[in-house]
Structures are given as C-alpha cells and as structure tokens.
Design a protein around this ligand. Sequence first.
Ligand SMILES: *Cc1c(COP(=O)(O)O)cnc(C)c1O
Length: 261
Amino acid sequence: MSEAAPIPELCAEPERAEELSARLEAVRKRLRAAAETAGRDVPELIVVTKNFPPSDAAALARLGVRQMGENRDQEARAKADLLRAGGGEQPQWHFIGQLQTNKAKSVVTYASVVHSVDRAPLVTALDKAMGRALQEGTRSGLPETLGCLVQVSLDAPSASGEAPPHRGGASGEEEIEELAQRIADAEHLSLMGVMAVAPLGADPHQAFGQLAEIHGKLVKAYPGAAWISAGMSQDLEAAVLQGATHVRIGSDVLGPRTSVR
Ligand SMILES: *Cc1c(COP(=O)(O)O)cnc(C)c1O
C-alpha cells in the first residue's frame, strides 16, 4: 500500500492544532464535571465543525474526535470527502441542520446519523435515498441503516405574546409519535431517539426537562430510541443534568464562528 500524499487543505497550522487540543480538553472536562454533578454517564461529544475549514476537522480527528456534526449538506459533504481522501481514522458524521428532501441523496453518502428529522416527507426521502445508496454502493464504510432522531420543537417563553422564533422540529405528542413510527417502520432507517435546541430566551433546564419527558414516553414504545441529543456550548450543563446522551458543541471547541452563512 502506498502512502497517500498529504492534502494541503487538511493541514492545520501547529498553533491552531494546539489551540483546538486545549479547547477540546476544556470541553471534555466540563462534560465530565457536569456528568458527575448529575450522577449520569458522560455523554457522547459531537463536535460541530460547521463554518470551519476541513483542516480543523482533520486536526480534531487526529486528536481523537470520532463524532462530528454539520448543518449544511454542501459543506458537510466536501469536508467528509476530503477527510476520506486523506485516509486514517474517519469520524462519524452527524447531520444536525434543516434538511431539504432533495438533499437526502447526498446526505446518505457520508452521514451516519441525521438528528433533524422533522417531517414525514423527509423520512420517505431518506429511506428511498438509503435504498438507492446501498444498491449503488455509495455508502461504503458506513452503517447499513441510517440513524434518525426526531427533532422536537420545544415551547418558547410566550410572556410577551409574540410568536416565538421557529427553530424547527415536530411539536405535540401526536406528531412526534407519528414521525417516530414512520422512522421505525422504514426499511433502511433506525430510530435512535430525539433531538432539540433550547428556544431562544427559554430556561434551558425547563426546555430540556420537557424534552426528557417526551423522550421518556417515546422510549417506552421504542426501547432502542435511547438517545437524547441536546446541549450546545451555552447550555451543555443544563442538558447533561436533564439526561442528554449526546451533546453538540461547536464554538466552545472551535472558537466563535465569524464567517457569514
Ligand atoms: C451550530 C449548532 C450547534 C453548536 O452550537 P454552538 O453554540 O456553536 O456550540 C449545535 N446544534 C445545532 C443544531 C447547531 O446548528
């Protein structure tokens, strides 16, 4: 086997790699402390690399990060393809953003899990895309089923009476249950659990408490749906306290996102 030539886009400056290492360690420490306070297992860390270059993702992979999150298909796919070309241990990619049905075909070529399943047509599109990818061999090295989480829309504070900013997701027991059922019934999808973003201005403890309650009901019907994907840089501790099994951390590992999108 010949050594592949290093890909310039995957080479981070040594100072940047050191910075990422220090920030990553600080976040891992916070996670361990939060888990200890909560008396829970340390949740899985998904590092959200959106808006940061492939070289950062490659540096994080070398630092042992095995779970990475992205929220836009084009950027995610380019990064995943580059890292694959670079060889070595590959991260699992978690798709965490609003997803158009016409992007399903692309997403299944690199994603192991989609956290943002928020409507029935997306379930259909993902299942169909998975079927085709398996047939055409465009999913090599990835799990034979696509992990899916029901994205739940949590109540925003409504003291002002204004409509809360919509952050996506299914709401109401019936809608959530129906989506879960569709995922569970789909041939090439696996129902992994629920995901949510705390509404702006909401108390994250209350929001994630609500998510835990929703999850508790769901997991009775679907014992395999064990994941609670909750918690970002700002509200990691609250999420862990409320039972998050997977946290999605971007800026506290990579720094502030400056590029416009
Ligand atoms: C960007 C993003 C994150 C990470 O947010 P940070 O505040 O940078 O930690 C987590 N979840 C979703 C859905 C995101 O879009």
